[in-house]
Design a binder for this molecule. Structure first.
Ligand SMILES: NC(=O)c1ccc[n+]([C@@H]2O[C@H](COP(=O)([O-])OP(=O)(O)OC[C@H]3O[C@@H](n4cnc5c(N)ncnc54)[C@H](OP(=O)(O)O)[C@@H]3O)[C@@H](O)[C@H]2O)c1
Length: 252
């Protein structure tokens, strides 16, 4: 531990599993004073806090619900006053073959992945210190066209776009805003959102071995370390970028 987040307070939306959990874990290992993790399932959040320890706080909060975001803000404000970092990470990934997609599926994807990121940041902004940092979890799908993922990909292109405009718009407060775009990462998103069974996940791992220059699927911790880089002082001149963390897949 090098203590890059000593005494800092952060919010990680979607911090109960996968990449968000790994971000929370890494922040605490780097000395964070408090990390608020959010999600919709209280049971999953409780299990996460049991693993993360007393400096993690579970908040049942749906990013698609403004009232939930307002409650999150009120809780953070009452306990810590200000924030050093916000990781707008919560997101869902489901297939939507064009021709078979319902209006409800459209709204679900955009309400969580786009509206959720927008209003997370807008709601927490008054608590953010000048010079603090926002990291938005996008995806390599922001720049690819994988079959059956048009809504997800468009939602992540929107997230990437937010980082550009907000980096500009928040310059007066010296708040840095960057997007983090993971490649294939082994998280519950594959089981729950994409509804892949073990054999399908194994087939994807085999595909990744052949196509990703580094030859394997990332673990959440390997994505979290890049999220922390973007948020910490080492990246103090990095602003508005999309940091692609995909083992080289989209770069060759
Ligand atoms: N895994 C990958 O290969 C990959 C690649 C590129 C980008 N990403 C992105 O990385 C981010 C994290 O995904 P992950 O792979 O770590 O998946 P994950 O393990 O399924 O984590 C998703 C997290 O978001 C929460 N969440 C979902 N909907 C929410 C909502 N409406 N409000 C609040 N929290 C919500 C989930 O908790 P609840 O379900 O309890 O709400 C969970 O904590 C997502 O934005 C995803 O698009 C993942």
């Amino acid at each position: 531990m090098s203590g890059k987040f000593i005494n800092q307070v952060a919010v990680v939306t979607g911090g109960s599993t996968g990449i968000g959990f790994a971000i929370a874990q890494a922040l605490l290992a780097e000395g964070a004073k408090r990390v608020y993790i959010t999600g919709r399932s209280a049971a999953t959040l409780d299990a996460a806090v049991a693993a993360l320890g007393d400096n993690a706080v579970a908040v049942v909060s749906d990013v698609a619900q403004q009232a939930d975001l307002d409650s999150l803000k009120a809780l953070v404000e009452a306990r810590d006053g200000q924030l050093d970092a916000v990781f707008a990470n919560a997101g869902v990934c489901e297939k939507n073959p064009v021709g078979e997609t319902t209006e409800a599926a459209y709204y679900n994807m955009f309400d969580i992945n786009v509206k959720g990121v927008f209003f997370t940041v807008q709601t927490l902004l008054p608590l953010m210190k000048d010079g603090s940092s926002i990291v938005l979890t996008a995806s390599i799908c922001s720049v690819t066209g994988m079959e059956g993922l048009s809504l997800y990909s468009a939602s992540k292109a929107a997230v990437r776009s937010f980082a550009r405009t907000w980096a500009n718009e928040l310059k007066g407060r010296k708040i840095r805003v960057n997007a983090l775009s993971p490649g294939f990462t082994r998280t519950p998103l594959m089981d729950n959102g994409l509804k892949m069974d073990e054999s399908q996940i194994q087939a994807l791992k085999d595909h990744v071995e052949q196509t990703v220059p580094l030859g394997y699927m990332a673990q959440p911790e390997e994505i979290a370390s890049s999220a922390l880089f973007l948020a910490c002082a080492d990246a103090k001149y990095v602003n508005g970028v999309e940091l692609i963390v995909d083992g080289g897949l989209t770069q060759i």
